[in-house]
Design a protein around this ligand. Structure first.
Ligand SMILES: [Zn+2]
Ligand SMILES: [Zn+2]
Ligand SMILES: [Zn+2]
Length: 145
């Protein structure tokens, strides 16, 4: 199975049509999708696929590391494609409207902080850190108006 960049996904288990349809949704739409979002899109491409199948496959894809699963504060899981070619980004999550913004234009202090933090934590806990996820919660500009 290849994504649009021709990168090969390594994946255990059988590659089903439902799984492909779900992955296509992420490749075409991008962003952070809930299981419901994915289901609505998959229905257009593969009408036979039910919501339970979507849930099962999203679990599978996140276990396999093809998608990341985030539990945001609205209590619903959001999924995002793990694409090596995509820039590393952090999240700003609005607790009022649930909007999730990605940003990858890090401020200088942030870059330095994360680097120093990873270094010190690695040492302190004897743990080789190779990635992190960072979510900030708050209220967006639109919701404050
Ligand atoms: Zn980061
Ligand atoms: Zn908002
Ligand atoms: Zn994101």
């Amino acid at each position: 199975m290849r994504n649009r960049h021709g990168r090969k996904f390594k994946c255990a288990g059988r590659w089903t049509a439902a799984r492909q349809a779900i992955l296509d949704v992420f490749l075409n739409r991008g962003g952070h999708l809930t299981a419901d979002d994915v289901f609505m899109e998959v229905k257009k491409r593969a009408p036979g696929v039910g919501l339970a199948t979507v849930y099962r496959n999203l679990d599978f894809l996140s276990r396999e590391g093809l998608v990341s699963r985030f539990q945001f504060s609205d209590g619903r899981a959001h999924y995002e494609l793990n694409d090596d070619e995509r820039e590393h980004h952090h999240h700003l999550i609005c607790k009022s409207c649930g909007n999730v913004s990605d940003y990858s234009e890090f401020i200088h202090r942030e870059l330095k902080l994360m680097k120093d933090l990873e270094k010190e934590l690695s040492k302190k806990h004897d743990f080789n850190i190779d990635s992190h996820e960072l979510h900030f919660y708050g209220v967006c500009g639109d919701c404050r108006e």
